[in-house]
Design a binder for this molecule. Structure first.
Ligand code: CAO
Length: 570
């Protein structure tokens, strides 16, 4: 019996990857090619196989460790004969057959779908997006469709997920534009070169793509390791070398057993919510765990479902390790037969409501909210706004109170940078950009588009952009990019009514400003009551990041700016 070290093999262009799952533990008997652990970069995840059979002696890595090619994964007790064969493998491994198996390769790891221009107009062009070279995968099934006709697609955005019996892979788009038609559906079997989608792209983009009709258009696709996408055949074996010395490393590891059947994006989502994937039964094809399964599990836990609470409590370490702390000890959600009391009608929740509901619920439960209410005197500001709108009546360029609030918030965020931040573990990520989101009420539910770089824009431009985004929101045409990258959110009910309310912080932001309807009120000026237009402000803030004094100062400063907007210039 000899002890050998198993190393991370050549994993293509991935410099350093994180260990996200341990699939074996000391004492396990393993076979050649058996997966030992799963690693993940921001682009792909893959399983690292064993180049030898034997008994696991010691794991040298633990969850969240960073590893790269050559890192020692574990030590293995092997038969002397096989160790002797293993000894020279350092030189041989380049040609050895065992492979790092991608659990799923995401956009940059899989070559972007190849594109060819099909038809043109003066300003747009229809691009045919084909299934790219996906290595050894043949006749793979479409198991997830991630986009739909009408969606605005970004370069490298995943369009579908395909799956063979060995791995699954997300197929990204090589072109940006409007998805006119998706040519595949769930359950279809596809191969390299099959037509995947028709994308309407702006002419300049199409021109670039046209220059490289049959090749992957995204530069990343070239840089991405072909070996990763087709890893089962192409990646070299894990390197093994005989170790004479006794291993000393003693990692504190809890192996997770077999790999739950889910794509990396679903795994990532589950990790973020602290959902133990191993305890879910997938409702997707072949028992695959889908995003819906994770959401449903999370919802039922939040709603106090005792069965799932019990399941979660089986893995408190997993919950604690993820820092998410789900598993509230709540009563089960009341089940009532409402028809006993009168006529009822059942209505499905809209997709937006379901998504925003889950997000709001998480944010409400996980962020310690505190709300400061304050008033701002906007008498002069409103007079100025009305005057400007009258002057610009003919051009139709209307400026809104919300645009002033966005600009005032930028000034307050600059003065109190902790508000322009996000929590990341024990660190605060302070942002040097000023993207302000605003809640928009639409027939399908609440959406939150973002005014990017609001510090660099004037009130007129912000008003115009807000109008465009609000229209897009009402028409259901907001793309993901329209709703990403916010630093701080404003929720205005000013056009509707109310006095004060408690807005829910839009994680990972740390504060949100709620605004209600301004009203004329008598304000004591030291000698007499004066009629002033008063705007009610409600600032919700995350008490882990901000304290009450700072929040009160933020609100007071906001009030000062709104009372005299010249302060923005200071
Ligand atoms: N006080 C008094 N009047 C106000 C006001 C305020 N704080 N804010 C806006 N108004 C007035 C406007 O001046 C406008 O009147 P005029 O047409 O006479 O000029 C009218 O109310 C309608 O404004 P609006 O709401 O259409 O426009 P807006 O720029 O204020 O807001 C938008 C745009 C998209 C934010 C808004 O339409 C909206 O969707 N608000 C709801 C947000 C929401 O649902 N928040 C809750 C989130 S938590 O569930």
């Amino acid at each position: 019996m000899a002890t050998i070290e198993i190393q991370v093999p050549d994993i293509g262009d991935f410099d350093e990857v994180t260990v996200i799952e341990l699939l074996v533990k000391p004492g396990d008997s393993i076979t050649v090619d058996q997966s030992l652990l799963t690693v993940e970069s921001d682009k792909a995840s893959m399983e690292i196989p064993s180049s030898h059979a034997g008994v696991v002696k010691e794991l040298r890595v633990k969850l969240d460790d960073k590893v790269k090619q050559g890192s020692i994964v574990l030590t293995l007790d092997v038969e002397e004969d096989s160790a002797a064969v293993a000894a020279p493998t350092a030189a041989e491994t380049q040609a050895a057959p065992a492979a790092a198996t991608p659990a799923v390769a995401t956009p940059a790891a899989a070559p972007a779908a190849a594109a060819t221009p099909a038809a043109t107009s003066a300003t747009t062009q229809i691009i045919e997006v084909m299934v790219p070279d996906i290595g050894d995968f043949k006749d793979v099934s479409v198991i997830e469709v991630l986009v739909k006709a009408g969606d605005t697609i970004k370069v490298e955005q995943s369009l579908i997920t395909v799956e063979s019996d060995k791995a699954s892979m997300e197929i990204p788009s090589s072109s940006a534009g409007l998805l006119k038609e998706l040519k595949v559906k769930l359950g279809d079997v596809i191969n390299i070169g099959d037509l995947l989608a028709l994308i309407e792209a702006a002419a300049p983009v199409a021109a670039v793509v046209a220059a490289t009709p049959a090749a992957p258009a995204a530069p990343e696709a070239k840089a991405a390791p072909a070996a990763t996408a087709s890893a089962p055949a192409a990646a070299p074996a894990a390197k093994a070398s005989v170790s004479a010395s006794e291993p000393v490393h003693n990692p504190n590891i809890a192996p997770t057993g077999s790999l739950p059947h889910a794509s990396p994006s679903v795994r990532k989502f589950a990790r973020e919510l602290g959902v133990p994937l191993a305890e879910l039964t997938g409702k997707g094809p072949k028992g695959r765990i889908t995003l819906d399964d994770v959401q449903a599990f999370s919802k039922s836990v939040m709603a106090g479902d005792t069965r799932t609470q019990a399941q979660v409590s089986k893995t408190p370490a997993a919950s604690a390790a993820s820092g998410n702390g789900v598993g509230l000890d709540l009563l089960a959600w009341p089940k009532v037969d409402f028809t006993k009391f009168g006529e009822v009608e059942r209505k499905d929740m809209s997709r937006i409501k379901k998504i925003s509901g889950s997000n709001l619920h998480r944010n409400w439960v996980m962020i310690p909210h505190v709300v400061n209410h304050d008033d701002a005197d906007i008498t002069e500001l409103e007079n100025f706004r009305l005057m400007m709108n009258k002057e610009n009546e003919k051009s139709g360029a209307k400026i809104t109170m919300l645009a002033f609030l966005i600009k005032a918030s930028v000034a307050a965020l600059k003065k109190f940078p902790d508000f322009n931040a996000s929590l990341d573990g024990d660190q605060l990520v302070l942002k040097k950009y000023f993207n302000i989101a605003f809640a928009a009420d639409t027939p399908n539910g609440l959406v939150v588009p973002v005014i990017k770089d609001a510090d660099k824009k004037g009130i007129v431009q912000i008003s115009a952009e807000m109008g465009e985004l609000a229209k897009k929101a009402r028409d259901g045409k907001l793309g993901p990019a329209d709703m990403q990258g916010a630093c701080f959110t404003i929720s205005s009910l000013g056009g509707i009514g109310g006095r004060y309310f408690t807005p829910i912080i839009n994680a990972p932001e740390v504060a949100i400003l709620g605004v209600c309807k301004s009203q004329m009120q008598p304000v004591w000026d030291g000698k007499a009551f004066e009629p002033r237009l008063i705007l009610p402000l409600s600032l919700s803030w995350d008490h882990r990041v901000i304290d009450g004094a700072m929040a009160a100062r933020f609100n007071a400063y906001l009030g000062q700016i709104l009372a005299d907007f010249r302060r923005v210039l200071l």
